[in-house]
Design a protein around this ligand. Structure first.
Ligand SMILES: Cc1cc2nc3c(=O)[nH]c(=O)nc-3n(C[C@H](O)[C@H](O)[C@H](O)COP(=O)(O)O)c2cc1C
Length: 175
């Protein structure tokens, strides 16, 4: 592939048959990266879900970059958290409740713009758990977010969440 002109390559550490079973094996990724014939950037992918793991895998396997899939779903802040950890060795505070509401709302707006109100709202429903993970007594709000049928109602519920749980994540210590 390098010989036909591709500029970079991301490799996932499982076969197609394995699907998501077990841990991704990054050894073959490192083998490609460290092969003397390879001069294009090689990125690794599979199971990275924290800044610590990103740093450990980058060091251990020597890749030029990392791609992240599932850990970014409903938590796009993982990218800035990893960048910050690489730069400073310190953990960034988690996003505030206000930021989570704003991002969930923007996501909802784009989803509705792109897919129409019905489908957009429906496809958004799987994401609220991730956007608002860890908040005690969130269940009744999540229930409404995943049941209400119109953009206006979901959006109003997001306003209520912003009001009711304001400041929640600021009080959560960074591990
Ligand atoms: C919802 C979802 C959709 C995906 N769609 C694609 C896709 O269209 N093309 C692709 O090559 N990989 C796709 N993947 C696989 C991811 O690119 C990635 O290889 C995989 O999730 C493993 O990385 P992770 O452990 O960081 O999630 C998808 C994964 C998920 C969870």
């Amino acid at each position: 592939m390098q010989d036909v002109g591709i500029q970079a390559l991301t490799i996932h550490g499982r076969t197609r048959k394995q699907m998501y079973k077990g841990e991704a094996d990054w050894n073959p990724i490192a083998e490609v990266k460290n092969h003397p014939d390879i001069h294009i950037p090689i990125f690794g992918n599979g199971d990275i879900d924290s800044p610590e793991k990103a740093l450990e895998y980058r060091r251990r396997y020597g890749v030029d970059g990392i791609m992240i899939g599932r850990a970014a779903i409903g938590y796009p802040w993982i990218f800035r958290e990893i960048k910050h950890f690489f730069r400073t060795g310190e953990k960034l505070a988690p996003p505030t409740l206000e930021e989570r509401v704003q991002t969930a709302r923007e996501h909802l707006e784009f989803s509705v713009q792109w897919k129409g109100e019905r489908k957009g709202i429906y496809e958004m429903r799987r994401h609220y758990t991730n956007y608002f993970r860890g908040i005690p007594h969130f269940k009744p709000y999540r229930q409404r977010l995943v049941e209400l049928p119109t953009f206006t109602e979901v959006s109003e519920t997001l306003n209520e969440v912003a009001e009711k749980f304001a400041g929640y994540y600021e009080a959560v210590p960074v591990e």
